[in-house]
Design a protein around this ligand. Structure first.
Ligand code: SF4
Length: 866
């Protein structure tokens, strides 16, 4: 395919939906340059600065300019080369060295042919897109969603027959060779992959793109897992993502077979070879119709699901098949960062632009995606299930299947043995992957082959299916055993004896006994149990980790006094290995977030191979400097120093000084105050003391008091709702919410305006340095990067968490807030340099608390006036 020869000039007009602020204009221009020059851009732009909109407009403008220039350059080049051929041929006619002249002309002809081929492919592609748009102009996605119909009636499965659980021969899911050949001759548009952490963030991006001028011409598709996009009720009811995947794949593979024929031998009746019906939503025409519709109209996941239900077309397969013609693909992190998922989704990185938004935790996300753990209890259950499965289906296995199953059982046994050592004094051990395999005596088994075998035979699903069936049959077997124990003379005598005894009892007692016995019988009746979680999948995921490069990760084995809680965890220490493919293949990679600082470790760990490509951009907040009032609070109202280090944080006097500080702050801050503590335990400890000493009661005279619950889910939502209501309640002056750094409220939530007029961070939330995981990570960084890299990483963990808390407030251009960092350790240049620029530029450390309180009171007084 033709590559551009001339560079694009950075424009000033990005067709932004309104007049951009200075920082938005700067960001779009820098982004454009990063993409054009094939760089890796790290962009920090605080929340409220319209980051997503600027990123999309900057990238779409580049894409538009790139496509236009490529096309005009291609035409121009064809003309130029054709002219050169003419000249060469003219020269050759009157030239002595006609062989040389002919050779030059042939070379030029080859070039012009290649250019024309590229042009043809491009025109064919444009024609295809034009047709697609014309086909879809009459029906709109949103109309489909409005006219949403009832889902198709789906056959409920009663169970899975035996033959479906036995292992088949190796199969391959790889694309057909013909498909690959056809793909080679197709024009491939440059794609922008835009990833974010959550689906709601991605839906927000889709909405942002809809607001722009680009919306009508941009082909944008949203990707998600089957769990989010499946519309088959008989599959979605399984709830677990793994089970939904398995059931869907099963349905794709089920086939019909003829069971009878008419007198002429024509097939009459078909029955399924498997109990699983083919999914009624996978009909090709319907899937293609939804694919086309979603390519010409920007849709988020909800739109896709609604339209899928209306068309009775699977949104999961429609969106996946749309990827190859999409220009911008919105997808969650996991789909892009996990290599296997990326390949299965059909994502091609070559020459693409990758934008990773909300990337402040990118390193940890990479490590989490590629880390895996398994407990002793899971291993024991896996062994039991594998043995049970083998016993049941042994006679149907071929030699290869039997060998692989035996190897897997052997490995499982060895891992169990390693987790049940005779020496029980040791609580944890760190091993390299090859050491683990060597100690486990399975170093000579090819794990790649085992994993391939498991994937191709879908072993996990089959073993689980068998285990589930056995689980369901248990009550029946128990009942049969019981009945058989009641047979015979002994059983007869026992029943007679029980009847005699009962006859002697009063009627009411007899009725009571009968009711009890009926209830027991009811309990024993076979019930259809819910899907049990698979233990083979975690086992396979763990084995997959053992195939990682031995230098990139280690296995932490931990031994508990309760052996069931012992387990092993693979820790990925070097995420760069997995990120390299992106860096190598993509045209440009953009890493963006509201709080990206400190960025040193990101560059050191992910872009070590190409530091020259990395460009960093930090943007100020859109709010004016005077809209944020940040302080380091080193002393409380009575002058007592604040130092919440691990050794000092239990100091009762200091906690009471903190209570006094909060009380004073609540007196001068209107509306909402959010106060972050380093952990739930510490919050509980402080809160208890403040309740005992009446501090909370005093605060409650001014503000309503709320505390973040440990449990996730609805309780958090309820507290948040009550907090918002309390702030609007005029009987008191707002509310204070006690929360936890790294908790449910410290990331991703928006405390705009009155919800967060003051953010207080109590202490520095350093994680426990003594955990083997953290120690190993720090040691690894010291050894592979430079001396001090481990300590830097430790500092960064703390400061990234603090920055997330701070970023909850000041969410738009008219917002304002005060930020109090309560600990003397914040008063250092090292820490200050790790804070976002919009905080560090104004951060002050007055020597007395009174000065802070006075300044905060004045800040809000002045705001009330304006
Ligand atoms: S084909 Fe689509 S709708 Fe059907 S089971 Fe699979 S994901 Fe669900």
């Amino acid at each position: 395919m033709y590559s551009r020869r001339t560079s694009l000039k950075t424009p000033t007009d990005f067709r932004f939906p309104f007049e951009p602020y200075g920082i938005q204009q700067n960001l779009m221009e820098s982004l454009y340059e990063v993409i054009e020059n094939g760089h890796i851009g790290i962009f920090e732009s605080p929340t409220g600065t319209g980051k997503s909109l600027t990123l999309t407009c900057g990238a779409l403008k580049w894409l538009e300019d790139h496509n236009n220039l490529l096309k005009s350059e291609l035409n121009q080049r064809i003309n130029e080369v054709s002219k050169e051929i003419e000249e060469l041929e003219l020269e050759a006619s009157g030239c002595q060295d006609w062989i040389q002249a002919q050779f030059g002309s042939i070379q030029k002809k080859d070039e012009v042919n290649a250019l024309k081929k590229s042009k043809n492919l491009l025109e064919e592609y444009e024609e295809k897109i034009k047709e697609l748009r014309e086909r879809r102009t009459r029906v709109k996605l949103k109309d489909l969603a409005k006219g949403r119909k009832q889902g198709a009636t789906v056959v409920e499965e009663e169970g899975v027959p035996d033959e479906d659980l036995a292992l088949g021969d190796y199969e391959t899911d790889k694309p057909e060779q013909d498909d690959l050949e056809n793909e080679k001759d197709q024009y491939k548009d440059v794609k922008i992959y835009f990833c974010s952490r959550t689906h709601s963030q991605l839906a927000q991006i889709a909405r942002e793109i809809k607001r722009t001028d680009y919306a009508k011409d941009t082909r944008c598709i949203s990707l998600a897992s089957r769990q989010n996009l499946c519309i088959n009720p008989s599959v979605t009811k399984l709830q677990s993502s793994a089970l939904i995947n398995e059931r869907c794949l099963d349905m794709q593979k089920s086939q019909s077979r003829t069971t009878s024929s008419d007198t002429d031998g024509r097939p009459q009746k078909k029955s399924r070879t498997s109990q699983q019906a083919r999914c009624p939503y996978k009909a090709q025409l319907a899937v293609e119709e939804l694919r086309d519709a979603s390519l010409v109209e920007i849709a988020d996941i909800e739109d896709l699901v609604s339209a899928g239900e209306a068309l009775k077309a699977c949104p999961y397969y429609s969106s996946r098949s749309a990827v190859k013609d999409a220009q911008i693909v919105l997808l969650p992190y996991q789909m892009l960062l996990h290599r296997k998922t990326r390949i299965q989704t059909g994502i091609e990185l070559e020459n693409s632009v990758v934008i990773i938004d909300e990337a402040h935790n990118l390193l940890d996300t990479m490590s989490d995606i590629y880390s895996s753990q398994i407990s002793l209890a899971q291993l024991q259950l896996a062994q039991q299930q594998l043995v049970g499965y083998k016993t049941k289906y042994c006679s149907r296995f071929n030699a290869t299947n039997l060998l692989k199953i035996n190897q897997l059982i052997f490995i499982t046994k060895r891992l169990i043995k390693l987790l049940t050592p005779s020496d029980t004094t040791c609580s944890s051990r760190m091993l390299r992957t090859h050491e683990l395999m060597s100690e486990g005596e399975f170093f000579n088994i090819d794990l790649f082959q085992i994993l391939e075998f498991a994937e191709q035979t879908r072993l996990a699903q089959k073993v689980q299916g068998h285990a589930q069936r056995e689980e369901q049959r248990k009550p029946i077997i128990e009942k049969e055993n019981e009945l058989s124990s009641q047979k015979g003379l002994t059983g007869l005598l026992r029943r007679l004896e029980e009847e005699q005894l009962q006859k002697k009892l009063p009627k009411s007692k007899r009725q009571e006994i009968q009711a009890e016995s009926d209830a027991k019988e009811e309990e024993k009746k076979p019930v259809r149990t819910e899907a049990i979680p698979s233990v083979i999948r975690p086992l396979l995921a763990f084995l997959e980790c053992l195939t990682e490069c031995s230098d990139d990760g280690q296995v932490l084995m931990h031994f508990d006094s309760d052996p069931k809680k012992s387990g092993m965890k693979f820790l990925l220490l070097n995420p760069s290995g997995h990120f390299n493919e992106l860096v190598r293949k993509c045209r440009a990679v953009i890493i963006a977030g509201g709080t990206m600082r400190p960025t040193g470790e990101l560059v050191d760990q992910l872009f070590r191979s190409c530091p020259e490509r990395v460009k960093e951009y930090f943007y100020d907040h859109v709010v004016p400097a005077e809209a944020v009032l940040p302080f380091t609070v080193c002393r409380g109202p009575t002058g007592k120093k604040f130092n919440f280090s691990f050794t000092n944080r239990n100091n009762t006097e200091m906690i009471l000084e903190l209570g006094m500080t909060l009380q004073n702050i609540c007196n001068v801050v209107p509306a909402g105050v959010i106060c972050f503590f380093s952990s739930y335990d510490y919050l509980e400890q402080v809160y208890k003391l403040l309740v005992e000493k009446q501090v909370i009661a005093n605060i409650e005279k001014k503000k309503y008091v709320f505390r973040e619950p440990r449990a996730a889910g609805q309780q958090v939502e309820r507290i948040l709702g009550e907090y918002a209501v309390a702030i609007a309640d005029t009987r008191r002056q707002g509310a204070i919410l006690f929360s936890v750094v790294g908790g449910k409220l410290s990331e991703g939530l928006n405390f705009a305006d009155d919800l967060g007029r003051c953010v207080v961070v109590v202490g520095m939330p350093y994680p426990n340095k003594n955990t083997p995981e953290l120690q190993e990570k720090m040691r690894y960084l010291e050894n592979t990067l430079m001396s001090g890299a481990g300590a830097e990483y430790y500092d960064n963990l703390c400061m990234k968490a603090v920055n997330q808390c701070i970023g909850r407030s000041v969410r738009h251009i008219n917002d304002y807030a005060t930020v109090l960092l309560v600990d003397e350790r914040y008063n250092s240049d090292r820490v200050r340099n790790k804070l976002p620029q919009w905080i560090s530029r104004n951060l002050k450390t007055p020597p007395m608390f009174g000065m802070i309180q006075g300044a905060v009171a004045k800040f809000f007084r002045d705001r009330r006036k304006t």
